[in-house]
Write a protein that binds this ligand. Sequence first.
Ligand SMILES: [Fe+2]
Length: 231
Amino acid sequence: MDYKPMDWDSHPPLLYPDYHSNALRAPKKPLIPTQHTLSELTGPVYGHDSVGPLDNDLTKNSVKNGEPLGERIIVTGRVLDEDGRPVPDTLIEIWQANAAGRYIHVVDQHPAPLDPNFLGAGRCATDSEGRYKFYSIKPGAYPWRNHHNAWRPNHIHFSLFGRAFVTRLVTQMYFPGDPLLDIDPMVQSAPKEARERLVCKFSIDITEPEFALGYDFDFILRGRNATPMEG
Ligand SMILES: [Fe+2]
């Protein structure tokens, strides 16, 4: 398997000054191109055995004494490679804030309630056609101190491995119609043409009656239509 060089027209620049902590991580010198080696081209392979039956249901996978609070959602779509071919049997890891916009993490101390029945973490694997599906609670917006009155739009974090380490994708999915998208430095750091690839689409066909709203979201690993990496 051969991979073309990464297409930077789909991804945020390594240094995006409006995203302040990004400046601490961005390289200060030009990148040095290197050849892909065997260890990057042969990938991590995850079997379905390693994914538990409730791992893809964040509304159930950490319930203690009741259902988690908030709006139930269904997210589904496909993982595709740079030529639009489905990527089967690939692991998708998921993490997010609860409905009140709070993570279970020692660094997150903003005054919104934790939900004892919601961990905000899960995972799923794609099937033979590259499809995935998971259930969750719509995450709330939260303040993040990047600048005065900075709030992150509703979003879900993902990590995907694809077929090899060179197809690794760490990204965030956003929801349509969110007024914070236009003023969020992380969203805005993605090139304009690629930004809409970060926003899922509401789907009445995926929506389950009397249960949950459905959203459609495809991941594209590498290539000119790639899903933008997190900045
Ligand atoms: Fe987040």
